[in-house]
Write a protein that binds this ligand. Structure first.
Ligand SMILES: Nc1ncnc2c1ncn2[C@@H]1O[C@H](COP(=O)(O)OP(=O)(O)OP(=O)(O)O)[C@@H](O)[C@H]1O
Length: 627
């Protein structure tokens, strides 16, 4: 018998195939099942134009069989089969796709489902098998032929026997090696899992004999093994079904089955797009935070299917980082796959799909915010932080996109409000959107710095998360209203008389403040009269870009660069303590120093900043108490 050689290029290609195209061996089964499905499709398409052919769906299926003793895995189909010429042309020439040719010949227009296009998938069988034997009988022929090969050395084609039309592929599974376990491809449960993973939505049944055990009927406590043929795939994917046929429960079941999450999703979005790019997608907003969501380990992405066949488990290009919490899948016929189907050529279609998806997620969130506030609040509690990161990242490139989805706690409403709601309520004369930062709502509410703005009756946004102020700073202004920290410089609400009084007090006490400043040199940039304090004696504010809250956040970062806010100690000259300070300033220098340090440390404490020398601080307190 003549052993035919693969064409020279094919030989090298085959080696490449076996060793480097695919990263995961298990996909060989996906490729063979896709070929089987294509072969059945071809009969179906032929039947459309050939009156002598009747396509009865019940007669068409794929069957997986295992012969463990002979280490053989068999993939059979009742498809169109191959003539010896086709065996030669399709399996003897790598990168020749009979399926692609079929599509062209029959001039199938959009909507066809044939998967094969590159003419390489079949050879992935050599990743797991030493020998591959294909026995095929073509439609309309009563003869069968066998194509057999052990890889790069070539192949033979001989006559064979086969009772019915179709193709059986026998794979002699490789022996295990120290590093590689091939036995798994002879285990029924492992095979079932691979089929479920990649080929669940192949539209013809994929059958396999499954062995299970059950209690014996006549002998209590004893079990017996039994075998039955099962169909392993779900066939019709939920995303191809009509939205109005599906219940919330159907969507939740799919979410749980696909292991997108084990919780109850908060919202689902079902898209059937037939515009510039045709795709279907089901997206979910999870009901709770995945345990690793805010960690480096979390991988965003959507499952990507091409014609119902899984191509990628996590296609990260389909989701922007700020919507990384979204789970789900996309199926499209329009993707330009690369040869391994593991990657896509980064093409226009994918970008278009990603853009559409992003817009749909955004509009869904906006609608939720408008019509289902409680649901939105639940979402925001879990993933609001991610949106804020989204605003901040990439130098604010996405702030316009996201700012209307943000919420912050309002001092007046005592609940989360949007920026639009805040601005809507602003009295006409209010210049800025005010905010205050701190570790908790309660702590912020008691901050001395909020006094003036609160007295004025203005609403203050309380920022409690480390990312908040960074996000606000990058937004800078909302509907032309700038943001202003209550601890920042100009609050825009000083009245003229007050300004004059402050100037005067600064002037009168110039020497006192200068002395305080030099006592606190390296700690604060200056000491001055406060315009914002009402009942508290002192507070710290910051000048320049870095606020005190930002200094705190940055100091927690792993690459702490010791960024410092330019702090100002503000003193309330209307507070009784200031009179005491004035008195010691003229009478007792030692006490003046003591009071200055105490006041500075108090201001630090209120801000939640650490005191440099707590022992000294308590000693100073004792000194004052013991008087
Ligand atoms: N089970 C089968 N029944 C009938 N023809 C088959 C079968 N398996 C493979 N073929 C033929 O062999 C050709 C080559 O198959 P192969 O899997 O290498 O490539 P493909 O399916 O065309 O493309 P891709 O690399 O995209 O999967 C197919 O195009 C098809 O014509």
């Amino acid at each position: 018998m003549e052993v035919k050689q693969f064409q020279a290029e094919s030989k090298r290609l085959l080696e490449m195939m076996i060793n480097s195209i695919y990263t995961q061996r298990e996909i060989f089964l996906r490729e063979l099942i896709s070929n089987a499905s294509d072969a059945i499709d071809k009969i179906y398409y032929k039947a459309l134009t050939d009156d002598n052919l009747v396509f009865d769906k019940d007669n068409y299926f794929v069957k997986i069989s295992v012969d463990k003793d002979n280490r053989t895995l068999i993939v059979s189909d009742t498809g169109i089969g191959m003539t010896p010429e086709e065996l030669e042309a399709n399996l003897g020439v790598i990168a020749k796709s009979g399926s692609l040719a079929f599509k062209k010949e029959t001039e199938l227009k959009d909507g066809h489902d044939i998967i094969g296009q590159f003419g390489v998938g079949f050879y992935s069988a050599f990743m797991v098998a030493d020998t591959v034997k294909v026995i095929s009988r073509a439609l309309g022929s009563d003869k069968a032929y066998a194509w057999e090969s052990q890889g790069a050395d070539g192949y033979t084609i001989t006559e064979a026997t086969k009772d019915s039309v179709g193709t059986d592929i026998y794979m002699k599974i490789k022996e295990n090696t120290e590093d590689d376990n091939y036995d798994e491809f002879l285990e029924q449960y492992r095979l079932r899992a691979i089929i479920k993973k990649y080929s669940d939505f192949i539209k013809y049944p994929i059958k396999m004999e499954m062995t299970s055990s059950r209690p014996k009927e006549d002998a209590e406590g004893e079990f017996e093994e039994y075998t039955e043929e099962q169909t392993l795939n779900s066939m019709v994917p939920i995303w191809r079904r009509n939205r109005n046929e599906l219940t919330d429960q159907d969507y939740t079941n799919f979410y749980n089955e696909k292991r997108y999450g084990f919780d109850q999703p908060l919202k689902h979005i079902h898209i059937s797009a037939d515009g510039a790019v045709v795709y279907r997608s089901i997206l979910y907003i999870p009901g709770s935070i995945p345990f690793d969501f805010y960690s480096k380990e979390y991988e965003k992405g959507l499952e990507l299917y091409s014609n119902g066949v899984l191509i990628m488990e996590k296609s990260s290009d389909l989701l922007p980082d700020y919507f990384s919490f979204v789970k789900g899948m996309v199926d499209s016929e329009d993707l330009s796959l690369n040869i391994s189907r593991e990657m896509l050529q980064h093409d226009r279609q994918l970008k278009l799909i990603a853009k559409n998806i992003k817009n749909r997620i955004k509009s869904t969130l906006q609608t939720m915010l408008k019509d289902e506030r409680d649901n939105y609040l639940k979402f925001y509690e879990s993933f609001g932080r991610q949106l804020k990161f989204g605003v901040y990242n990439d130098y604010g490139a996405n702030k316009e996109e996201l700012q209307d989805l943000l919420m912050f706690y309002s001092s007046k409403e005592e609940k989360l409000v949007t920026l639009a709601e805040y601005v809507e309520r602003m009295p006409e004369e209010q210049k800025y959107i005010y905010y205050a930062t701190g570790p908790s709502i309660e702590r912020i509410a008691r901050l001395p710095q909020t006094e003036l703005v609160a007295d004025k009756g203005y609403e203050i946004l309380y920022l409690t998360e480390d990312i908040d102020e960074f996000a606000i700073k990058i937004i800078a202004a909302y509907k032309e209203k700038e943001f202003r920290s209550v601890s920042g410089g100009d609050l825009g609400i000083e009245q003229e008389t007050q300004d004059e009084a402050t100037e005067q007090a600064n002037e009168e006490n110039k020497e006192l403040f200068e002395q305080m400043s030099s006592l606190l040199a390296n700690k604060v940039k200056s000491v001055r009269v406060s315009k914002r304090l009402r009942s508290h004696p002192v507070c710290l504010t910051a000048e320049g870009e870095v606020t005190i809250e930002m200094e705190k956040v940055l100091s927690q970062m792993p690459d702490n660069q010791n960024v410092q806010a330019e702090k100002v100690l503000e003193v309330n000259v209307n507070h009784s303590i200031f009179q005491a300070l004035k008195k010691v300033h003229t009478e007792d220098q030692e006490k003046f120093e003591l009071y200055t340090n105490l006041l500075y440390n108090q201001a630090l404490l209120i801000e939640g900043l650490p005191i440099e020398d707590p022992v000294q601080f308590t000693n100073d307190m004792c000194k004052v108490m013991a008087e």
